[in-house]
Design a protein around this ligand. Structure first.
Ligand SMILES: NC(=O)c1ccc[n+]([C@@H]2O[C@H](COP(=O)([O-])OP(=O)(O)OC[C@H]3O[C@@H](n4cnc5c(N)ncnc54)[C@H](OP(=O)(O)O)[C@@H]3O)[C@@H](O)[C@H]2O)c1
Length: 351
């Protein structure tokens, strides 16, 4: 029996999640929510760039709940805690990439409401993505061969120019004047889900944190950039660094760092690693690098095409967890609760 899944939105990540659900041998797409009025009534397959599927997008939340899906694959721009609680109270699991790993970044009140909704509905919620999400798992796996762990750093160091989500980019500082007095607070709010990643890793390593803190740094555009989906003018933010530190006393033991650049001309012109780096300080010292490369025969020509790979690696950790989530105990579930989340059923041989 396949699990019945409703896809929530078809943005950058949602389109790839939808395609993955349709291709997954253990999942069945039974409904699609559309936030944009012009998507309502359109076929799910058409919206995801594949063949028509006979499932029409709707903005009728009641009708989607009435389908009694096993899970909602939730990829909206921002999470709506009221709505998520409704799903969970109705006994529907939620697998999401929308600013959720442990729920700490949403605030204690929202997190408690989500826990209570899970208990009431006997349902569970899991949040992942590439980073935070899979990158935290990579850090934990890397540290699993050490006999002493002093500190783990997980760094995302990428050119984000092709990530065409203007609201997301602006919410983490991009495009605002470098003199904007609220930049640090904006980035702290916009990357708050990384604090979830810190808590997840601390929990997995049995570390009692005394505090979690965010540090930021910025690079300034030295020319105007028109990126199509947004502009970054000279004198505005074209590079953002955010470091979330998990502290024991004043010692940083977990650091989740992002270095994002958009456009070609900025000062300082930070070097990029073009991937995800784990550094474990301890015994031994570990360095793990995850690079994302196009597959053989990749037809994409543009940077935007390449960014599709970034959307796949964001969508898949949440989609792949859906079967495990269905069997999990009610509550907020993380990588510490679920069996190993793999691409089971996705091997191309014999399909
Ligand atoms: N952990 C990770 O690695 C990671 C990486 C990237 C993204 N994310 C998260 O994944 C989620 C989806 O990202 P994305 O790039 O797919 O986002 P997106 O394409 O910018 O937006 C997703 C969808 O949200 C709806 N939407 C657009 N504007 C909205 C607004 N003003 N208010 C409410 N809904 C709106 C639209 O739904 P319709 O399609 O129905 O019109 C849109 O397609 C976000 O929460 C993002 O932060 C996580």
């Amino acid at each position: 029996m396949s699990l019945r899944v409703v896809q929530w939105t078809t943005g950058n990540v949602g389109r790839r999640a939808l395609r993955a659900i349709v291709a997954h041998p253990g999942l069945e797409l039974v409904g699609l929510y559309a936030w944009s009025p012009d998507k309502v009534g359109q076929d799910a397959g058409t919206l995801a760039g594949i063949e028509p599927l006979g499932v029409a997008a709707t903005n009728d939340v009641e009708a989607l709940l009435a389908l009694e899906p096993d899970c909602i694959s939730y990829n909206p721009l921002w999470p709506d805690v009221d709505l998520v609680c409704r799903f969970l109270e109705a006994g529907i699991d939620v697998s999401t990439t929308a600013a959720f790993i442990t729920g700490h970044g949403l605030g204690a009140g929202s997190r408690a409401r989500i826990e209570a909704a899970c208990t009431k509905g006997g349902s569970s919620i899991f949040g992942s993505g590439m980073n935070p999400g899979f990158a935290n798992l990579l850090g934990l796996v890397s540290a699993g061969i050490c006999d002493r762990i002093d500190r783990i750093t997980v760094t995302e160091s990428v050119d984000a120019t092709g990530y065409a989500s203007a609201e997301t980019q602006q919410s983490v500082g991009f495009g605002h004047p470098i003199t904007h007095p609220g930049l640090h607070d904006m980035v702290e709010r916009g990357t708050a889900v990384f604090q979830d990643g810190v808590y997840l890793m601390a929990d997995a390593l049995a570390i009692e944190l005394s505090d979690v803190r965010c540090e930021t740094a910025f690079a300034t555009a030295t020319q105007d950039h028109d990126l199509g989906f947004m502009r970054i003018d000279e004198g505005c933010v074209a590079g953002v660094e955010a470091s979330w530190h998990g502290l024991v006393g004043e010692r940083s033991v977990i650091e989740l760092k992002v270095r994002w650049k958009m456009g070609q001309h900025m000062e300082p012109d930070w070097p990029l690693e073009h991937g995800y780096l784990v550094r474990v300080e301890g015994q031994p010292e570990i360095r793990t690098k995850l690079e994302i490369r196009p597959p053989k025969g990749f037809q994409g020509r543009s940077f935007e095409d390449f960014m599709q790979l970034g959307m796949i690696i964001t969508a898949m950790p949440a989609v792949n967890a859906i079967p495990h989530l269905h069997r999990a105990a009610p509550g907020i579930r993380t990588y510490t609760d679920l069996p190993l989340v793999t691409g089971a059923g996705l091997c191309s041989a014999g399909r």
